[in-house]
Design a binder for this molecule. Structure first.
Ligand code: ADP
Length: 273
């Protein structure tokens, strides 16, 4: 059984006003447990809107969202439980840090789940270690940290809830290459260790090619494609039309071809890279 199923999901902002905007248009998709899915598409294609449906932050204007086969909005009073099953790391999550210590910030989610103090403590230590926060720093204020460290604390706060599905919306936005690699590596490690399903929203096709197993491509509110990364990237012309530069495509194709995927790296000359 799929962990996530979207059944004819549409979302319309400002419905019935002159500003009405169909941000998600009749999306049908099923995501299997344990997948690492890259969510890609142009700015404004509906990626953020789509993923906010997965932890009930948005209710579809029409259609249904199923988590583990359960209709999320069947009983709106029960919707809270899906927020524990599906953890969402927003864009720029560091702006949501608010406690006086790193420890308390990471403990906030697990405490709200009603776990024992001991279990919360274990989870805080494990999640912070996973994102590379020094245990000696746990009593520090999160506001003393660098931008990249703050972001990692915010991500640890969601990981500490051990959601079955972890959704991250552009978790590397605004970070330097080292900070990006660090966070993506930690997400990969979390995926390996927990077997959770990961949805990673990114505008970087390279990151998706490097980290994800599947790619979900949004285009103008619609689901354009959902398939293995190498299959998605083998749609060379369409991918190039989605605004990816030729050097980027060439690098990705060269790498995929080296791994034995059936792509034709010569479509884009590698010397261009
Ligand atoms: P992406 O994450 O792919 O950049 P979004 O889901 O943020 O796309 O946006 C999809 C569309 O919905 C865009 O046209 C955007 O302008 C519009 N949109 C996003 N948020 C809102 C909002 N709060 N009110 C009205 N329109 C919105």
């Amino acid at each position: 059984m799929s962990v996530i199923k979207l059944d004819h999901v549409s979302y319309v902002y400002s419905k019935g006003t002159p500003f009405e905007k169909v941000a998600v248009n009749d999306v049908n998709v099923e995501i299997e447990k344990g997948e690492f899915v890259g969510v890609i598409g142009h700015t404004g294609s509906g990626k953020s809107t789509l993923v906010q449906h997965l932890n009930a932050l948005l209710q579809p204007t029409s259609g249904k969202v199923y988590i583990d086969g359960e209709d999320m909005w069947d009983d709106p009073k029960q919707v809270r439980k899906f927020r524990f099953k599906v953890g969402l790391v927003f864009q720029y999550p560091e702006y949501q840090l608010f406690e006086e210590t790193i420890y308390k910030d990471v403990a906030f989610g697990p405490t709200n789940m009603g776990l024992s103090e001991q279990e919360v403590d274990e989870r805080v230590r494990h999640a912070t270690a996973m994102v590379g926060i020094d245990p000696a720093d746990l009593e520090k204020s999160p506001f003393e940290l660098s931008g990249g460290q703050k972001r990692r604390v915010a991500i640890a706060g969601v990981m500490a809830m051990r959601p079955e599905v972890l959704v991250l919306d552009e978790p590397t936005a605004g970070l330097d290459p080292m900070g990006r690699e660090l966070i993506l590596g930690q997400i990969r490690e979390y995926h390996r260790e927990t077997g959770s399903t990961i949805l990673l929203v990114s505008h970087s096709m390279e990151d998706i090619a490097n980290y994800a197993g599947k790619a979900l491509v949004m285009n103008d509110g619609s689901l354009y494609m959902y398939d293995d990364v190498e299959k998605v990237f083998s749609h060379q012309k369409e991918i190039a039309e989605m605004g990816l530069s030729v050097p980027q495509v060439a690098r990705i194709f060269t790498r995929l071809a080296e791994k034995g995927y059936p792509v034709n790296p010569n479509v884009f000359r590698v010397e261009d890279a």
